[in-house]
Design a protein around this ligand. Sequence first.
Ligand SMILES: [Zn+2]
Length: 239
Amino acid sequence: MNILAIGAHPDDIEMQCAGTLALYARAGHRVIMAVATNGNVGSPTHTRKEIGDIRKKEQKASCALIGAELIWMDFDDEWLFDTRETRVRFIDAIREANPDVMIIHGPTDYHPDHRISGRVAEDARIPASVRLVETSLPYIKKIPHIFYMDNPVGLDFEPEAFVDISSTFETKRAMLLKHESQDTWMRAVYGEHTSIADMMTQNAALRGSASGVAYAEGFREVKTYPRTGSFARLPGFGG
Ligand SMILES: [Zn+2]
């Protein structure tokens, strides 16, 4: 299968579903990580260009740990809107990935870029399969399954599908640790003393305890037309 995760910023995908993506990759599936914005405001010292370049390098290093492909959409951080330009770019990301499964941000997420990227991704799923919606890439022939990922503190998010990531948890942590500049930024803004890897360890343990395993990631199937299944689990995972 082709698995496409779409995140708003470098590190978002890792935070919410890197353990699941690592499992997919280990099972031989093709994993694609699409990042909408270039993270070019996340620094207390660098210029926008400098930090954007750093974050792209960090994202590539993270993807390399599981052999994931990267689609770098390169929109400005904090300025993501639902426009014709973003729709076309998201449609092309979906067409390039030709996914069986899409994992996107949900509508209850705290960050506007997350909510917009989730909404545009959800709304681009059908047009990506329409022949006369003409972009630079050909239309896809199947409508993918689509799931919302969790958000960092589980805000207003009740998972209905859990993936046991106990065996790939260290890989998830290693991927998060590649986003070194984000830790510097978070400490500068929020005075955080923990890394994003530590923060997400708490989330994975919380979702793990809800599903009876050490570490888990939580998802919800997007209830939309057309339903591609009735999944209380992600395709490829038993239960
Ligand atoms: Zn983010």
